[in-house]
Write a protein that binds this ligand. Structure first.
Ligand code: NDP
Length: 315
């Protein structure tokens, strides 16, 4: 049978390119889990994906109810789940004030981390039950959360501190909207959320890899300077960022190439190692990359896991 893969945020950028790459192999049925159904349908059509290779399902990661509804309808569909890709993200680099999810969590961490945390936890059993030869849970990370890299050292740097804001509910009322309890900064909130993504992948690996055989992995696909992620940035930045990445840092990667990389992490038989953060060198060969100290801190990973469970209503 074909493999079944859920990709969140498959309506644009990396998620769409990955959906297309997998659908084209004829070996995968892609479930595009998207908040805007029509946009996803148009995107799939214009990418030239053929109908029998994908299904669009509604998912808004900024709402606990929506995540639960998505999981219920997926389970009712009777489809197996072989691979889950947590890809969707919001990035608000110019926001002056925080905005919030349905439950009142700061939007970037609420969507990128808490929404995906709940989704992965609720779908873990389905992955376990799959009889597919290589079952995987992939959470897209980023270099920007890794302070052991040049890109990760551009201020404001990721820093989760002692997690006091997360413990307080990230609601900007009786707690800060930032994980470390500091003043709101949209760019930092995004980077913090990516550190949570990478820590969550490793915590899943420690808790469940041996027992389930599921491969847990994260990756940095390269700088895809053309995606919608930068849609809220100032126009001058949007104009200069792609050529800057192409010619100066040489970290630029096209959406198509990045999609192929993520598709490799989904399906390549040689990328089955669990607990790994994949990156690619300039010849587009994959390698196991090092995470920064904070993004590999086991104690923090466990604390974030436990606090996140409380916030999304799992504990
Ligand atoms: P895009 O903005 O193009 O894609 C993000 C996707 O997430 C969109 O489909 C968007 O939906 C979706 N999304 C946002 N909020 C929600 C929500 N509440 N519920 C469901 N879906 C939502 O950005 P990219 O393709 O660049 O980003 C994809 C991933 O790649 C992210 O995890 C990002 O952190 C990561 N990444 C990107 C890099 C880059 O250089 N671009 C570098 C490193 C990592 P909609 O279409 O409706 O807006």
């Amino acid at each position: 049978r074909k493999g079944s893969v859920i990709i969140t945020g498959a309506s644009s950028g990396l998620g769409l390119a990955t959906a297309k790459a997998l659908a084209e192999t004829g070996k995968w049925h892609v479930i595009m889990a998207c908040r805007d159904f029509l946009k996803a349908e148009r995107a799939a059509k214009s990418a030239g994906m053929s109908k029998e290779n994908y299904t669009i399902m509604h998912l808004d990661l900024a709402s606990v109810d929506s995540v639960r509804q998505f999981v219920d309808s997926y389970k009712r569909s009777g489809r197996p789940l072989d691979v889950l890709v947590c890809n969707a993200a919001v990035y608000q680099p110019t926001a002056k004030e925080p905005t919030f999810t349905a439950e009142g969590f700061e939007l970037s961490v609420g969507t990128n981390h808490l929404g995906h945390f709940l989704l992965s936890r609720l779908l873990l059993d389905d992955l376990k039950q799959s009889d597919y030869p290589s079952k995987r849970l992939i959470i897209v990370g980023s270099i920007t959360g890794n302070t052991n890299t040049l890109a990760g050292n551009v201020p404001p740097k990721a820093n989760l501190g002692d997690l006091r804001g997360l413990a307080g509910g990230l609601n900007g009322l009786n707690s800060s909207a930032m994980i470390d309890g500091g003043d709101f900064d949209g760019a930092k909130a995004y980077k913090d959320s990516k550190v949570c993504n990478m820590l969550t992948m490793q915590e899943f690996h420690r808790r469940f890899h041996e027992e389930t055989g599921i491969t847990f992995a994260s990756l940095y696909p390269g700088c895809i300077a053309t995606t919608g992620l930068f849609r809220e940035h100032i126009p001058l930045f949007r104009l200069l960022f792609p050529p800057f990445q192409k010619y100066i840092t040489k970290g630029f990667v096209s959406e198509e190439e990045a999609g192929k990389r993520l598709a490799q992490v989904v399906s390549d038989p040689s990328l089955t190692k669990s607990g790994v953060y994949w990156s690619w060198n300039k010849d587009s060969a994959s390698f196991e990359n090092q995470l920064s100290q904070e993004a590999s801190d086991q104690d923090k990973a466990r604390k974030i896991w436990e606090l996140s469970e409380k916030l999304v209503g799992l504990a």
